[in-house]
Design a protein around this ligand. Structure first.
Ligand code: HEM
Ligand code: HEM
Length: 174
């Protein structure tokens, strides 16, 4: 096996697109809360994007088992580190949306969404004592750092080592 399967490749890039959108809408949501005018739609859009990431990550781990992965390109300490980063990425891709769901459930946002009453949504400072909100923000920062390291590694392979690693994660013609 020299490449990831097409469905693994599709999910890899779709996840990237969904993360960018969830980031944007999450930021908008936090800003709206700070200004005490968040909307139910804002929660629904951000929550659905995040839930899609969670479902795709579960599907991806299942396909990973079924389809397998190409053999490691090398066995250096850096290759082992890259593998560790992949595992941490999967962990955060799972825990980040879960912490978002827990935030909704354990705050006034849950009541607001269930009753369809936007006036119940948390206002400025409304998440101060919600621990999972802290966790959600921290996991997002960790995700950004991991993705940065991951992309730097991919660029190193592409432009310095020039070993064709990127091809393994790009769609191929049959
Ligand atoms: C991988 C998926 C997700 C990403 C990348 C993500 C990202 C973010 C970001 C960047 C923020 C803003 C943090 C800030 O600036 O303070 C945020 C806030 C939030 N997210 Fe997510 N999130 C994800 C999934 C979810 C899910 C599935 C839910 C719930 C169903 C959720 C619920 C929330 C809530 C309630 C807030 C707080 C909004 C506020 O402070 O007013 N998130 N998220
Ligand atoms: C421009 C951005 C990105 C580039 C250029 C990129 C590139 C790559 C490449 C070339 C591989 C294959 C590595 C190998 O064969 O050993 C890979 C694997 C992987 N990427 Fe990315 N990636 C990007 C963004 C992301 C993002 C945003 C995530 C998740 C948050 C992610 C998660 C992963 C994971 C978990 C693997 C390991 C796949 C496995 O073995 O199961 N990547 N990436």
């Amino acid at each position: 096996m020299t490449h990831y399967s097409n469905r693994m490749i599709f999910i890899h890039w779709l996840t990237l697109a969904l993360l960018v959108a969830a980031w944007f809408f999450g930021h908008e949501l936090a800003e709206a809360t700070d200004e005490s005018h968040a909307s139910l739609a804002g929660y629904i859009v951000h929550g659905l994007l995040g839930a899609a990431v969670l479902l795709l990550t579960v599907a991806r781990l299942f396909f990973r088992r079924k389809d397998g992965t190409p053999a490691a390109i090398g066995n250096t300490a850096m290759d082992k580190f890259a593998k560790g980063v992949h595992h941490m990425l999967y962990t955060v891709l799972f825990l980040l949306p879960v912490s978002g769901v827990v935030t909704v459930i354990s705050s006034d946002a849950g009541h607001a969404l269930l009753s369809g009453d936007a006036s119940l949504l948390p206002k400025d400072g409304g998440y101060e004592h919600v621990f999972s909100h802290e966790v959600h923000e921290t996991l997002f920062t960790i995700l950004l750092v991991l993705v940065l390291v991951h992309v730097m590694g991919a660029l190193k392979h592409q432009f310095i080592a020039k070993d064709g690693l990127m091809e393994r994660m790009l769609p191929r013609r049959k």
